[in-house]
Design a protein around this ligand. Structure first.
Ligand code: IMP
Length: 189
């Protein structure tokens, strides 16, 4: 059974394929989709739905799309839906982290969470799922692994950043891992 995942990110594809062996997970590239699907929504949910609907309209295949954001309590849940391009269009992880650290300078509330939403369309029926990991933003970047905001995020119950964590542990506890587990549950019903 084919299931289209609205991504070309090899790490995401591998992670999802490992958890759904009964499906053939198909990437955008394999479908020949070369254009960027517009992410014009104001929320993570809207963006995930926009991407999934775009593919469903075009191919009529079961499909899902994800969207993730870092939500920082003291910044009114910024950068949220704008996480990838927080410091500007060039999508630089370093510049994004610097912007967060500057905005949080002197603030004692460092609470933050990563939130992933997944929109699944199966036989035309839409289902939304989410995965959340709570934690905090530390004051400097630590660690070389991971991507995005990993060097400044420490999950509750841990004393190392996501960038210091081995990938297997991160995938098990992370926002995306939790959202994918819910997807697996829904697909297995
Ligand atoms: P996407 O929706 O998965 O493309 O994520 C949007 C943006 O959120 C990324 O460009 C990163 O800046 C950030 N992000 C998503 N997941 C993670 C993560 O696991 N660690 C750190 N940053 C992340």
């Amino acid at each position: 059974m084919k299931l289209v995942f609205a991504t070309n990110n090899p790490n995401k594809l591998k992670e999802v394929q490992a958890k759904l062996p009964q499906y053939e997970i198909v990437s955008l590239k394999e479908l020949g989709v070369t254009e960027d699907i517009p992410e014009t929504g104001d929320t993570l949910e809207e963006n995930a739905l926009i991407k999934a609907r775009y593919l469903y309209e075009k191919f009529r295949l079961d499909c899902f799309a994800d969207d993730t954001g870092l939500e920082i309590e003291a910044l009114n849940n910024e950068p949220g839906v704008y996480s990838a391009r927080y410091a500007g269009g060039e999508r630089s992880a370093d510049a994004n982290m610097d912007k967060v650290l500057t905005k949080l300078d002197g603030k004692t509330n460092r609470k933050a969470r990563f939130r992933t939403t997944i929109a699944l369309i199966q036989n035309g029926k839409e289902t939304l799922m989410e995965g959340i990991i709570e934690g905090k933003i530390i004051e400097t970047k630590i660690g070389k692994g991971g991507f995005g905001y990993d060097p400044i995020f420490v999950a509750n119950g841990f004393d190392i950043t996501f960038a210091e964590m081995d990938m297997e542990t991160k995938n098990r506890i992370s926002h995306r891992g939790l959202a994918v587990d819910k997807l697996v549950g829904v697909l297995g019903e």
